[in-house]
Design a protein around this ligand. Structure first.
Ligand code: ZN
Ligand code: ZN
Ligand code: ZN
Length: 84
């Protein structure tokens, strides 16, 4: 089922293949953009952490910058590292 879903996403324009449908930081949908952006899409990309949680890039950057020490994933509290 998951493979089928990914294939479907591949042809469905830029819909992201995220496990969750909303960003855990801003609570906005992944097919929308973060509160700081006006248009969804490549200008407001999603980014994955090594824990496989996804967030808007802008949201997680703000989150990481707000942490005084090592940032942790807002969803699972594992050490946050950008995937890839
Ligand atoms: Zn967000
Ligand atoms: Zn944004
Ligand atoms: Zn996580």
């Amino acid at each position: 089922m998951r493979v089928v879903k990914m294939k479907w996403h591949a042809v469905a324009s830029w819909t992201w293949d995220a496990q969750d449908e909303t960003c855990g930081i801003c609570r906005m949908a992944f097919d929308g953009c973060c509160p700081d952006c006006k248009l969804p899409g490549d200008d407001c990309p999603l980014i994955w952490g090594v824990c496989n949680h996804a967030f808007h890039l802008h949201c997680i950057l703000k989150w990481v910058n707000s942490q005084t020490s090592q940032a942790h994933c807002p969803m699972c509290r594992r050490e946050w590292q950008f995937k890839g």
